[in-house]
Design a protein around this ligand. Structure first.
Ligand code: MN
Length: 254
């Protein structure tokens, strides 16, 4: 099995090494193609207004000076001589739960795999917020990564679907199990914009992610993580709200 590994935290991120270790439990044919720098929050963006450079570390390890989507495109179209059987994206430093998904470069890299018709899984390690971003413990992901991926390797994936996995902020022994759940809802409307002055005296703004209200609806990824479970959520790329098709079309009938 040929596996492509990517992320949005960049080629040097510790979570990428964690994911590579997990992937090696399934295959020796591992290819890495990831952004050269952190691209968290890049979503499904594609670089169109400047060139993208490819940096080669060895025969199967590459960095791209662009987004996670750029990285997967480069891997599939330029770097790899044959397509992978599996795209793994992560392990992200931080949650990709609820409405994080559309902002997420981690999930979007997996989306790019799914668009190419390849089985794709995004993986993220949730961490307790305060001052930990530089030393996120990946213990839950390390201990449970292969256990979560294995059943997904031969599970039926419909076209244009992928799977989003989040590990709770717990040690290996603290994880209570795995739940297959739907996408929950994060209220980002209360996320803060922090204002400050740079060293030269110019005003800046910085998006803060704290003070977010979580609506822990039953059966959601957010609830699973809060309960100490690993969340597994199948996602689809068809964003159509099918229930509204009829009522909306009636509005245009004269
Ligand atoms: Mn990230």
């Amino acid at each position: 099995m040929r596996i492509l590994i990517t992320n949005d935290d960049g080629i040097h991120a510790p979570g990428l090494a964690v994911l590579e270790e997990i992937a090696r439990e399934f295959s020796d044919d591992i290819w890495v193609c990831a952004p050269s720098e952190e691209q968290s929050g890049a979503g499904h963006s594609l670089t169109l207004t400047r060139p993208v450079r490819l940096q080669k570390y060895d025969e199967r390890r590459f960095a791209v000076t662009g987004t996670p989507t750029d990285s997967v495109m480069m891997a599939l179209r330029e770097v790899m001589d044959a397509p992978p059987d599996l795209v793994l994206s992560g392990v992200n430093r931080g949650a990709n739960l609820g409405d994080d998904i559309t902002y997420s470069g981690t999930v979007s890299a997996a989306i790019e795999g799914a668009l190419a018709g390849i089985r794709a899984i995004a993986l993220s390690q949730v961490y307790a917020r305060e001052g930990m971003a530089d030393s996120v413990p990946f213990e839950a992901a390390k201990a449970w990564g292969a256990k979560v991926i294995k059943p997904l390797l031969d599970a039926p994936f419909s076209e244009r679907t992928l799977v989003n996995v989040n590990f709770p902020p717990l040690g290996a022994d603290g994880v209570r199990g795995i739940r297959v759940v739907r996408q929950g809802f994060h209220d980002y409307s209360r996320g803060s914009v922090v204002e400050g002055r740079d060293p030269r005296g110019y005003r800046y703004f910085w998006f803060g992610l704290h003070a977010i209200e979580h609506t822990l609806d039953h059966g959601t990824d957010l609830e699973a993580i809060a309960d100490g479970f690993i969340s597994v959520t199948p996602l689809q790329l068809d964003l159509t709200h099918h229930e509204s098709l009829t009522s909306l079309s009636q509005r245009f009938e004269s």
